[in-house]
Design a protein. Structure first.
Length: 182
């Protein structure tokens, strides 16, 4: 599913059958509908936060090869290749769809170095960040250990999923405008 701007209610999420649930939430974790499939069995959810925590529990409890696939499913930041609807909207909001040739080359070089060192793309929740913020984070994080960076990448995936869920789901019991799911 890609972002539409229309919110659905948590109550409707809780009433969905497995295929509807996966259709609605399968894109929250980049190209990894298995997370939504696992979370469906844990319904009903009392809040969007509870749904987010359940989905993160599915990710954290997954076999290593599934986690590796999730990490690898994330696109390079600043790429000119096609990306998911969610990623496209997020990168566009951070100005990454309007890179100059020089900026594009800088992102491309850092992405290449990062993948070469860690074996997966640089992952960052870009909401509220500028191109320069993102470049600074890339430069800082490339010096970390593999274990530190893997944990940071999973944490960032959690933040991304939290933003996506908050954008998609409305819960009458949640505070209006609240997006601090992570």
């Amino acid at each position: 599913m890609k972002p539409t701007g229309q919110k659905i209610t948590l109550q409707s999420i809780n009433r969905m059958d497995r295929s509807e649930f996966v259709e609605a939430l399968g894109g929250i974790f980049e190209c990894s509908p298995w997370v939504a499939e696992g979370a469906w069995t844990l319904r009903p959810f009392a809040s969007v936060r509870e749904l987010h925590e359940a989905m993160m529990g599915i990710v954290r409890g997954a076999p290593q090869d599934r986690i590796d696939s999730l990490l690898l499913a994330h696109p390079d930041l600043g790429t000119r290749l096609a990306v998911s609807g969610y990623s496209a909207a997020e990168q566009q909001s951070a100005g990454l769809s309007r890179l100059t040739q020089e900026e594009y080359e800088r992102f491309h070089d850092l992405n290449k170095r990062y993948v070469g060192k860690f074996g997966f793309p640089f992952i960052l929740a870009v909401r509220g960040k500028s191109k320069s913020d993102i470049l600074a984070a890339m430069q800082e994080r490339i010096s970390r250990s593999a274990a530190e960076e893997r944990e940071r990448a999973l944490s960032e995936i959690g933040r991304i999923a939290g933003f996506r869920l908050a954008d998609l789901i409305h819960n009458e019991n949640d505070e209006p405008g609240r997006t601090d799911l992570c």
